[in-house]
Design a protein around this ligand. Structure first.
Ligand code: SER
Length: 345
């Protein structure tokens, strides 16, 4: 069997690293990676080729390949994107646009759809007030699409661009013999937590930062209020969702963009979990007005009934299983191997 050619952008990020490892373990893929950074040592044997650099300026290079699937993960996350907004737009929108154009061109040329996976986010939502957020509870995909952040606006717009290139590009769908269009699929992720990597530049980062700090015996000042609630997910579930959505036959899908969900908890519930698990945990709450404002605009919980109905989505890790079967065992193993707490970083 010939292997599928895949491109993973943002391969050095948290989702990227986990995805490279999973696809390599699954087998049957020729993985090409790209990122601003060199590939971490642990991934070097898994990628057939790594193209280091800014894809917006080097897009021509990618036309030499025939990718079956593009996982476009590269992005500037929500907190960072508020500090360098125009740069974030360039990375988040221009990069996506360039790759969509490439995938559209290749789909037509080879008469076979290139699958294009795009990770969207809870940041695509936006509530005017905290009271609206609390009253709304679980939100569906088409509700409250009024992001407050550059990152959220970029994600929502790129979802629309994906729908455009996949269905209506140049109004070619109206031709008597429409050409083959790309196959765009997207997931709106909640905050993601990996036991092996830390996020950087996001606003849901307080969850993973707090847990990793407590595991290392470091004090942590949480940058949001203790009652702040959004939904979270274990990284293995995020990867499972990506691989399931990409594999499912197109006819089973009723839309391009799906919510998925695992568990929703407050920053204080994170603190309690950390305290129960790690002796001497020291967590304080020192909210930053800007970052608090961002999470206050994000939903408490997501309605993922469409993903469940259309492609059988369900998470493996609810809150208890996340801690008991994923995060804490990984921490115990890590400490057993690395007695020096400092080497954890
Ligand atoms: N985790 C992302 C962030 O905080 C949201 O998708 O920016």
């Amino acid at each position: 069997m010939t292997s599928k050619a895949v491109l993973i952008t943002g391969a050095c990020g948290e989702i990227g690293q986990a995805l490279v490892q999973n696809l390599a373990a699954k087998g049957g893929y020729r993985i090409v990676t790209t990122d601003l950074m060199p590939l971490p040592e642990s991934l070097r044997g898994l990628s057939a080729e790594h193209l280091q650099g800014d894809l917006v300026y080097r897009i021509k290079q990618f036309y030499d390949y025939n990718f079956d699937v593009i996982f476009h993960l590269a992005a500037s996350l929500s907190s960072k994107a508020e500090i360098a907004s125009e740069e974030a737009h360039r990375i988040n929108v221009e990069g996506t646009m360039q790759l969509l154009m490439l995938a559209a061109y290749k789909s037509e040329k080879r008469d076979k759809p290139v699958k294009f996976f795009f990770p969207s986010s809870i940041a695509a939502y936006g509530f005017p007030t905290l009271q609206d957020k609390q009253a709304a509870g679980r939100v569906k995909e088409d509700e409250w699409n009024h992001p407050h952040t550059m990152y959220g606006a970029n994600k929502l717009y790129c979802e629309k661009l994906g729908e455009y290139y996949g269905n209506y590009y140049g109004q070619r769908h109206l031709d008597p013999n429409p050409p083959t269009m790309l196959d765009f699929r997207s997931i709106r992720f909640p905050g993601l937590i990996s036991a092996f990597t830390l996020p950087s530049g996001g606003t849901s980062d307080y969850g993973p930062e707090m847990l990793h700090a407590a595991a290392q015996g470091k004090a942590y000042a949480c940058f949001v209020r203790s009652d702040t609630r959004i939904s979270f997910m274990a990284m293995p579930d995020a990867i499972k969702a990506i691989l399931s959505l990409v594999d499912v036959p197109r006819e089973m899908l009723t839309r391009e963009v799906y919510n998925i969900n695992a568990f929703s908890l407050t920053a204080d519930q994170f603190r309690k979990r950390a305290q129960d698990a790690f002796l001497g945990t020291q967590i304080s709450f020192e909210p930053s007005a800007r970052r608090q404002g961002i999470v206050d605009s994000w939903p408490e919980d997501l309605d993922d009934s469409r993903a469940r109905a259309d492609w059988g989505w369900q998470p493996d890790f609810d809150e208890d299983r996340f801690f008991d079967e994923y995060f804490l065992p990984a921490m115990r193993k890590r400490y057993a191997q690395r007695p020096s707490l400092r080497s954890y970083e």
